[in-house]
Design a protein around this ligand. Sequence first.
Ligand code: WT7
Length: 628
Amino acid sequence: MSDENFYYPSQHVIDNANIKEYDDLYKYSIENREEFWATHAENINWYKKWDKVLDKSNPPFYKWFEGGKTNIILNAIDRHLSTPARNKLAIIWEGEKGDVRTFSYFALNREVSEFANILKSMGVKKGDVVTIYMPQIPEQLFAMLACAKIGAIHSVVYGGFSSEALADRINDANSRMVITADGGFRRGKVTELKSVVNKAMELSPTMEICITIKHAGIDVYMENDRDYWFHDLKALPIASHKCETEEMDSSDTLFLLYTSGSTGKPKALVHTHGGYSVYTSTTHKMVFDIKPEDRFWCAADPGWITGHSYIVYGPLINGATVVLYEGAPNHPYPDRWWKMIDKYGINILYTSPTAIRGLMRFGDSWTKRHDLSSLRLLGSVGEPINPEAWKWYHHVIGQDKCPIMDTWWQTETGGFMITPLPVTPLKPGSATRPFFGNEIAVVDDEGNEVKAGEEGNLVIKSPWPGMAAGIFRDPERFINTYWKKYQKQGWYLTGDSAKKDEDGYFWIIGRTDDVIKVSGYRLGTAEIESAIITHPAIVESAAIAIPHDLKGNCIHIFAILRKGYEASHELEKELINHVSIHLGPIARPEEVKFVDSLPKTRSGKIMRRILKARILGLPEGDMSTLEE
Ligand code: WT7
């Protein structure tokens, strides 16, 4: 491949990079995987060092740093208190209305310890699952960190999900406590959260206690002996700012995070204290080239894995300053983000292609009002970034001097898997090459590597410390979903299709399973279909993904009407709202098409490929397996 395809980093970037060279270190990390990771595990603190770097006696249930004792809080907070980082800002938070709150590591420790003592006094114990359903406010982070500190397991549910979706997740995890806020702010309006929680609690027999943070200042219904205001609890002597961090086994569960798959209800991926600490901090430090004075802004919601790994845990373990913003990027004007970069002197911005495309459409004049020269590195995640958006991001936001870290990873992987380093020559639209220690390939259904430039299944051939330890209380599903297809080889199936070019660069194409990525959010067709058929007018449906300029993909539904109902524009609108109310606004379909039948295989599987071709006006391809 010729040189013109590459964007090379400047000498300045190379001179200052934490990691200056990829090839030799990659080779070393593959040949000495356990040694490589042991060296990086030495960079964090342990109450007791591990006996074994990797226990592979029971694949795919790998255990990293077996025998080690730590707690992610020991590294994300405690260890900073005896260093100069004690008085450094850990969090800079800006509310949508423009209010600002900042916390040093010293202050963060007080907040988290007080929260932890409150949780303890409410009966939360090591191993209990606490559900967190919050707007993007500092207390969301405090709640997560407080759980971790006392050995409880947090399950953060994104604040945009509906009460049904929340109740499903509470019930699946057997959670008895939920932490929420009265409401949050988005585009100048209040989004209600506590009222959604109230509905979810009615659907959740295990739910006993709800702690509510007052943020939006709206009236909410509170029930005696079930509902507590956080500020009331904080005023009690139980909320002392002294709290011991619980010693955890390396493989003890830190959190559950629900994500969509091809079948059934969302599943809870399990991440652990030890391996996850090592993986998130190492990837964050190397890829985003973190320096002690950096201000790092990952503009995701803390409720997704991106936020867990790269707003909360990775950066705090590295003692970085993180920026957190509550609201919409275009409120009150489309320059809100650029204004914040200027105001706080942000050095690194990490966001999604959807957000970039969304801001790009407002034009360059909004960016020109602000000084973006503090930026040193940029990042992208969530879906493939189209070269046009990449170039705009690079040129207009990065002013041609900031390399873009296009990081490919998943909820399941815990941290970056394919990613450039600042010194990597870049190709717009490619996540480039595997992170250290990872052997990654594009293979056919039998497991043979496909030729350069050909499409195939993306697999991960070797274990890594950030990998999920399993699906919560469902080992079978963990095996079936990720490890069955290449069981013989012992490889992890990512569910993505990809190409690898002749330079060894990976190009992600998209999901091969029935998962739809809308604005970078992950949704299962099964969830969407079960939401729409709860409407009396619908007997059967099929949801598919259609390319969309802004969102990457959008949802189209083909639906069969029940006898007695007639197709109409009003009914279509009603169904669109129905899905959006049931699952949350991110799952709002673009269109519902009424049909008499759905194309199926003889075994009854809906042939989504044919439906998609129909909408796009493409040839419908091989129909030999079509039944109807
Ligand atoms: C799926 C995982 C990992 C954080 C956010 C998403 C897609 C993710 C990229 C990228 C192309 C990407 C894949 C993957 N994806 N990053 N840089 N380039 N595609 O986590 O919700 O678990 O989704 O997101 O399809 O499988 P997630």
